[in-house]
Ligand binder design. Structure first.
Ligand SMILES: Cc1cc2nc3c(=O)[nH]c(=O)nc-3n(C[C@H](O)[C@H](O)[C@H](O)COP(=O)(O)O)c2cc1C
Length: 204
């Protein structure tokens, strides 16, 4: 599942998560009042089972970045995985409405910085608001990869990919971009952050 924006139909609160919250943290209204901004729809009689089972799927957390000329942007992404070994290719799932999506379509490149368990602040900065509203990279120390994409100096490491245009999949709310690896580097010896770890720490 992909984290997305769930809007409370009663008070307008926006929750970013894999699923709508059980209760709205702002007005207390029930999960069924939450709607996704996209076309995503879960039937009421299936949602508890879907949450129970899909919640067992493990993910890492990454800062996916891209460029548009001399502009840079990035977002948090849990839907990244190596899809083939020969040649080594990665796939990412990115919402059509995200600024990062626009940049990847225009430039044909993306980078994924592998976040460490100490990168909670990065998730809060890059995962909940769009680069259309503020400069997310302002004050963040970055390196520039071979593709020109910014990567976090303090990340565990990074992977840079060149998108295979003919292999991009329109999956509904999200595009699946598949790319050949064109650059990689291990930067720090720290523990990579999983989605489960982030959720536990965030809610503690
Ligand atoms: C933990 C977490 C995981 C996320 N995973 C994804 C993802 O896999 N794909 C996606 O499109 N958005 C994901 N998002 C949401 C984007 O990071 C978010 O919508 C971001 O504000 C988009 O920024 P942009 O418009 O600057 O590109 C995730 C957010 C969080 C907090």
């Amino acid at each position: 599942m992909v984290a997305q924006n769930w809007v409370c139909g009663k008070c307008g609160f926006v929750a970013v998560d894999l699923f709508p919250p059980k209760r709205c943290p702002k007005c207390g209204s029930d999960r069924k009042n939450f709607k996704s901004k996209g076309e995503y729809y879960i039937p009421d009689d299936k949602i508890d089972d879907i949450i129970r089972v899909c919640g067992k799927v493990s993910y890492g957390l990454y800062l996916v970045s891209s460029v548009d000329g001399d502009k840079i942007n990035g977002q948090i992404c849990n839907t990244l995985f190596q899809i083939t070994s020969n040649p080594p290719r990665f796939a990412i799932g990115i919402n059509h409405g995200n600024l990062t999506h626009d940049y990847i379509v225009k430039s044909g490149v993306f980078a994924a910085s592998i976040l460490g368990e100490d990168d909670q602040r990065i998730v809060r900065r890059f995962g909940y608001r769009s680069g259309r509203d503020f400069d997310k990279f302002k004050g963040i120390t970055v390196l520039t990869g071979e593709t020109g994409c910014p990567v976090l100096k303090n990340a565990v490491g990074y992977i840079e990919c060149s998108v295979l245009q003919d292999k991009t999949v329109d999956a509904g709310t999200h595009s699946i971009f598949i790319g050949n690896i064109v650059g990689v580097k291990l930067l720090n010896d720290k523990t990579p952050m999983t989605y489960a770890y982030y959720s536990k720490v965030k809610n503690s």
